[in-house]
Each structure stands twice: as structure tokens, then as C-alpha cells.
Unconditional design. Structure first.
Length: 336
């Protein structure tokens, strides 16, 4: 398989991120995780994997990504591979990985996995890989409003799996006979934590626009960067993780999609041409097709994303509803 070309390239906290999501690229139909992590992320888990020699024109992180696509990484699926040059993102943040060996535990199901590519030599190249991992870790913690106490090792989740108790850091470094990981960072874990903390203290991390493609960010508002659930080159993927009360923004901060939960009683909405009107929240039979200006009767989201509408603001909330409600319309037909 030839060297991979990323779908998008961004910079996160000074680390170049090449996005190549396995959810979009799976020519060999390798097994993939399927559990959603949207809205459930509790931290970042750091791993080490061994340094490898690569051909000219590529990096170890790309080759590990390529090995995953080729089904040569067995059942390991991580969000990021990081080397001394850059990082390659393999999974969206909305999807759990296979990396913590804790089955359906919080390691796999609720943390973002970073594989830092290093060797036992701990030379300049290894230190640069570690530094990139620390920068990326800090940026991800900040993105989800988490502090240094939400930084985990692979070994942490093994100890939790085995029923051991202790503080986060005790479990991060406590001996586990199954595996001590990240093997090359654990001997100086306290120093690595300090490095991550220093990047957390350095200020707000930034995400630059992709070099070739649009990035869609899922947030409560454009100004509320801490509420961000993820950034995606695919609008459809962004829509899938857009929770009630959140919107999808393009790289310029323009709203391109909104989850209907933000609508309120008496709100004026412009309904697109040829929009289906329903007699209830559940029926699939279309009463008629409508367009134009209407008002939300009570602003309460019903099943199938539908809202009750009425023709005049003074009709909103008035009883009996059957007399004043025009019908039900799916919120994605509102022009905002």
C-alpha cells in the first residue's frame, strides 16, 4: 500500500495533525469499534509503541496508520499516533477505541488514546516525540475542559480492571504484571505530567484551518471553545455528534447546522419551501406541504425532531392546542 495522504491537515497546540479516519478509509474491512464516545470523554490515555525505521517521505506515525489500515495492528485502534514530526488521527473523538485492554471499561469507552512512538534509547528523537505527545495531550484536555487529573496511562486502566484501588497517579504508575505502559515515559512520569501541565498553563490551544478542506466544529457557540465536542472534515460526521443545544460551525464561525434543542416558545421560524407538515410527532403521513413564516407553539422538541408550529405569535401556548396548532414540522426544515 502506498504512503497515505491525509484528508485534512491541521495544527493543534503546535503539533501538525494529519487526519485519516478509519471510519472513512477501510478498504480491507478491518474490525472497527462502534461505541459512541460523544459527550462521554473523561480524559486522555497515553501509550508507548516502538520506534520503527521508515522509508523516505514518510514518518512512523503514518506507517503505523498504514499498518492499521492493512490489518497489521491486530485489534489495536487508537485516536492518534504521534512521532517526532507530526501526529496522525485514526479515529474521530466521537468513537471509542480499542487500546486500554479493559473491555467496556472507561479506558476504552471514555478516553482519547495517544500512542507515542519512541525507543528505549530516549534520544533527541524520542524526546521530540514525547514533547509532541505532551502538547497534544494538553490541547485535548483543554478542549474538553479537563485538568491534569484526567491524564491516564494504559497501566492505570489495567489496575482498575484488576480491582486495585488508589489515586489516579498511584494507579497510573502501580506495577501491573500484564503490562507497564507507556513503557518509555513511565520511568519519568512525574516529569511528563509537569510538561503537560506547562502546556496547559501556556494559554488557549488553537486549531488552524485545514490546508485543503473545511473543518466543521461542534460547539454550543462559536465563542465557547471549551464546549467543543470535536472537529471534522466531514459535515455529516459533525452532524452525528451534534447534541441538543449544540451547533456545527464552519471554519469561519458560521452556523451550518443546529440541533433543534435550542428553539424556544414564540420563536419566529422561516420554513423552507415544500416542507412536510404532520398531524402528530410520530405519524409518517404528510398532511400537506408548507413554507413561509410560522411561530413555535411551545418550543418543546417532540419525537422525530418535530416541533408544533402556529401561524401567529399570540397563538403560542394557548389552549386548546388543537385549535391553535397548525401541525408538526421537523426542525431541520427551519431556515435560521
Amino acid at each position: 500500500m502506498t504512503i497515505l495522504r491525509p484528508d485534512a491537515t491541521t495544527t493543534l497546540n503546535g503539533v501538525k495533525i494529519n487526519e485519516y479516519l478509519l471510519t472513512k478509509h477501510n478498504p480491507n474491512r478491518i474490525d472497527m469499534p462502534s461505541v459512541s464516545m460523544a459527550g462521554k470523554i473523561i480524559g486522555v490515555t497515553v501509550h508507548n509503541t516502538d520506534w520503527i525505521t521508515v522509508a523516505s517521505g514518510t514518518t512512523p506515525a503514518e506507517q503505523y496508520t498504514r499498518a492499521t489500515v492493512n490489518n497489521n495492528m491486530k485489534d489495536v485502534r487508537v485516536h492518534y499516533y504521534v512521532d517526532n514530526v507530526c501526529a496522525w488521527q485514526n479515529l474521530p473523538h466521537s468513537l471509542s477505541g480499542w487500546h486500554a485492554a479493559d473491555g467496556s471499561g472507561n479506558g476504552n469507552r471514555r478516553t482519547i488514546a495517544i500512542e507515542c512512538i519512541m525507543s528505549s534509547a530516549y534520544n533527541f528523537t524520542d524526546k521530540k516525540s514525547e514533547d509532541n505527545a505532551a502538547k497534544l495531550t494538553a490541547a485535548l484536555l483543554k478542549q474538553y475542559g479537563l485538568d491534569i487529573n484526567h491524564l491516564y496511562t494504559h497501566t492505570h486502566w489495567l489496575n482498575v480492571r484488576d480491582g486495585r484501588n488508589g489515586t489516579v497517579d498511584q494507579l497510573n504508575t502501580m506495577y501491573n504484571r500484564y503490562k507497564m505502559c507507556p513503557a518509555y515515559i513511565l520511568p519519568h512520569w512525574a516529569e511528563f505530567k509537569k510538561k503537560v501541565q506547562s502546556y496547559l498553563n501556556a494559554g488557549t490551544s488553537t486549531i488552524s484551518a485545514p490546508s485543503a478542506k473545511q473543518l466543521y466544529r461542534v460547539r454550543k457557540s462559536w465563542a465557547d471553545a471549551k464546549s467543543q465536542l470535536g472537529a471534522y472534515s466531514s459535515l455529516e460526521n459533525a452532524k452525528k455528534v451534534c447534541k441538543t443545544g449544540y451547533s456545527v460551525f464552519d471554519s469561519n464561525g458560521n452556523v451550518v447546522y443546529t440541533n433543534g434543542g435550542k428553539f424556544t416558545k414564540e420563536q419566529k421560524v422561516a420554513i423552507r419551501a415544500n416542507t412536510p407538515l404532520f398531524a402528530s410527532a410520530e405519524t409518517t403521513s404528510v398532511t400537506r406541504r408548507i413554507s413561509g413564516t410560522y411561530y413555535l407553539y411551545d418550543g418543546i422538541a417532540c419525537k422525530n425532531g418535530r416541533y408544533r408550529i402556529t401561524t401567529k405569535p399570540e397563538f403560542c401556548g394557548k389552549a386548546p392546542a388543537g385549535r391553535f396548532v397548525t401541525g408538526y414540522v421537523s426542525w431541520d426544515n427551519f431556515n435560521q
